[in-house]
Design a protein around this ligand. Structure first.
Ligand SMILES: Nc1ncnc2c1ncn2[C@@H]1O[C@H](COP(=O)(O)OP(=O)(O)O)[C@@H](O)[C@H]1O
Ligand SMILES: [Mg+2]
Length: 253
């Protein structure tokens, strides 16, 4: 599968009746199995970009394509996750993760079987009957991640998925994401503000300018896989992180 953005731009109408440019124009091609991190200042259009790819926001000009087909509505094989876990408080962990299967009409026995197979990977084995109020922030995000994985998506759209977590939980969960992902290969597009996280996880880090976000750097992360937390102290890692830092500093003046 291949995603491409061709001169994609989004503008929103402002209260004065004008147009507020929110994103772009950006052109970008994401290939088979790439893990791409997007970094850019607050309000530069990252969420808008994710929403366009998810088929939830129409571009004002340009186009987003999946295997050459314009993305005009939510597409099969795409799953999206936000900063907030958005769990249903009245549903157990099991039923929260199973929700996409339920919506798709999968019979209860089959969906529970699928979800139960995922629980050990998510480290939620003993929490299948727990309710969201009983979970820590990290666990809630694991449930949200489970809800993505259960769909077996080919494209994961992750909008600051760990942004609300404390630093240690965040680091742990992002490394878990790598392990979960390495079992199968998919395109992942993840928004993050954290340079180290981006370099540690991604094949490519895209830096966007302040609103309307344009592409200011496209840095290939040629570190070997599997990745380990200790890599953040290595010279090659620091070289990449510095390069990204510099391109961010350049645009923020
Ligand atoms: N539905 C909307 N209507 C009007 N303006 C919006 C809407 N969504 C986002 N914006 C504006 O577009 C810009 C980009 O927003 P967003 O994509 O959420 O940025 P980011 O995720 O990078 O912080 C911001 O200025 C935001 O206020
Ligand atoms: Mg955002």
């Amino acid at each position: 599968m291949k995603l491409s953005l061709e001169n994609l731009a989004v503008a929103f109408s402002d209260p004065q009746g004008g147009l507020l440019p929110a994103l772009g124009p950006v052109s970008l091609a994401v290939g088979e199995d790439e893990f791409v991190c997007l970094i850019g200042p607050s309000g530069c259009g990252k969420t808008t970009l994710i929403r366009v790819l998810a088929g939830l926001q129409a571009p004002t000009s340009g186009i987003a394509l999946c295997d050459g087909v314009p993305i005009a509505r939510p597409m099969r094989g795409f799953a999206i996750m936000f900063q907030e876990a958005n769990l249903m408080p009245w549903r157990t962990v099991l039923d929260n993760i199973a929700l996409p299967l339920e919506v798709a009409g999968v019979p209860a026995a089959n969906r529970y079987k699928t979800v139960r197979a995922l629980l050990p990977l998510l480290q939620l084995e003993n929490f299948d009957q727990a309710y969201p109020a009983e979970l820590s922030g990290g666990m809630a995000q694991r449930v949200a991640l489970g809800r993505v994985m259960v769909q077996e998506p080919q494209v994961w759209l992750l909008d600051e998925p760990f942004g609300a977590l404390d630093a240690l939980t965040r680091e742990k969960l992002s490394l878990e994401l790598l392990q979960l992902r390495s079992r199968t290969t998919q395109i992942i597009i993840m928004v993050t503000h954290n340079i180290s996280e981006a370099v540690l996880l991604a094949d490519r880090v895209i830096v966007l300018s302040p609103r309307p976000g344009r592409l200011v750097a496209d840095v290939r992360v040629d570190l070997p896989r599997p990745r380990f937390p200790e890599m953040i102290y290595e010279r090659d890692f620091l070289r990449l992180a510095k390069r990204i830092r510099a391109s961010i500093d350049e645009i923020s003046g």
